[in-house]
Design a protein around this ligand. Structure first.
Ligand SMILES: Cc1ncc(C[n+]2csc(CCOP(=O)(O)OP(=O)(O)O)c2C)c(N)n1
Ligand SMILES: [Mg+2]
Length: 367
């Protein structure tokens, strides 16, 4: 395989198996990687995408109702996250950013664990070893180093576990992902660099920081790359399987650029109407990942009322559980914010804690 895999010439080498109107197109290089995806699996991928979008809208509503401090929506990126997340093995390990709630869903995260950080109840949402996914990383790009280090450990242990790191287009301008790629290539680490290019890094358009397709940078590090339509769940799945196969068979890292779009704000604190052109957003709306799979299912006679009714009922049920779990979280003991910052207390942390005790005492019933 060449260092820059792109058997589809469309749209500057973008790998596509499902066109925006739901037409399934053949691709000699990639078809075989999804040949086993039968009708039931297609329906299951659709259900996953509908459910994670629903989790996202519910969490956004909870934030708007004052129940969460902040929420980073994934809307528009469901195919990139489900298509890749569903291909991983349980023992593979995920290192992601704050936006990969769809991947966490694939890993089997408890719904409440998705929210507790954003309600200010904990430093971290879940036990990483329960779902083999590290807690969300907000320090942009640093999880690429963690993934590479973990992959090197797997290599040393002689196991065929793969580490996958998810990060954004903006993160590619940071040093960490570039340093991680140098290490991963040097030691042929079993790691996947999965860049969700959602076109924006807060209000910074991707074109400003990437003058050439992001995927084209990786071969310069000696890492093969693929540029896939990130709104095409089948193309994402095929690309991730290629990368997993390469890593498991001892052939080192792969870089995937999933070209997608952030349909919502950066976070609930952001107002994209101040910087996103309405026409740009409408253009991407027409490439929506869920409606394109819906159209494909329809063309295969799989989109029955019974099926969509069941999917919507599941999504309603999950949303109700998300809300219930969020509202049911017991407020933490205020001073617990100082716990687990370091394994050993430091003098300045103790000082901050004392100051906070005094502050709390200024309130009636303060501690
Ligand atoms: C090291 C670091 N620098 C800056 C920030 C502030 N920041 C938070 S999100 C973000 C943009 C990230 O964009 P991208 O990597 O494209 O990911 P996306 O949010 O689009 O998923 C920035 C600059 C940060 N969290 N960490
Ligand atoms: Mg981005």
């Amino acid at each position: 395989m060449s260092t820059h895999d792109s058997s589809s010439a469309d749209d500057g080498g973008l790998v596509q198996l499902l066109l925006p109107d739901g037409e399934r197109i053949a691709d000699a290089g990639y078809d075989k990687w999804v040949a086993d995806v039968d009708d039931d699996q297609l329906k299951s991928l659709y259900e996953d995408m509908v459910v994670v979008r629903r989790i996202d809208t519910e969490a956004t509503a909870l934030q708007r109702q004052g129940e969460l401090g902040l929420w980073p929506p994934l809307i528009g990126q469901e195919a990139a996250q489900i298509g890749s997340g569903r291909t991983l093995r349980q023992d593979d390990f995920v290192f992601a950013s704050y936006r990969e709630n769809g991947v966490a869903y694939c890993r089997g995260v408890e719904y409440t664990d998705l929210l507790r950080v954003w309600r200010g109840h904990t430093h971290s949402g879940w036990n990483p070893y329960d779902i083999n996914m590290a807690p969300s990383q907000v320090i942009i790009g640093s999880q690429t180093l963690h993934a590479t280090g973990y992959a090197l450990g797997c290599q040393q242990d002689g196991v065929d576990t793969v580490a996958i790191s998810y990060f954004g287009d903006g993160a590619t301008s940071q040093g960490d992902p570039n340093e991680a790629m140098v290490f991963a290539a040097s030691f042929q680490a079993p790691v996947i660099f999965f860049c969700q290019n959602n076109q924006w890094a807060i209000s910074e358009p991707v074109g400003l920081q990437a003058r050439a397709p992001i995927a084209s940078r990786a071969p310069g590090f000696g890492i093969p790359s693929m540029r896939v339509d990130g709104n095409d769940v089948l193309a994402v799945m095929a690309a991730t399987r290629i990368a997993l196969d390469r890593a498991r068979s001892g052939n080192g890292p792969t870089y995937i650029e999933a070209v997608t779009y952030r349909m919502g704000p950066h976070t609930t604190s952001d107002d994209p109407s101040r910087y996103v052109d309405v026409l740009e957003r409408e253009g991407w709306q027409a490439k929506d990942p869920i409606s394109r799979l819906e159209a494909y299912l329809q063309s295969r006679g799989l989109l029955t009322d019974e099926f969509t009714g069941r999917v919507n009922a599941t999504a309603d049920d999950v949303a109700a559980k998300v809300r219930e779990g969020c509202l049911g979280l017991e407020p933490p003991e205020p001073l617990s914010v100082f716990d687990h910052v370091y394994s050993e207390p430091t003098s300045w942390l103790e000082r901050q804690k004392d100051e906070y005790v005094q502050y709390l005492q200024t309130f009636e019933g303060g501690q």
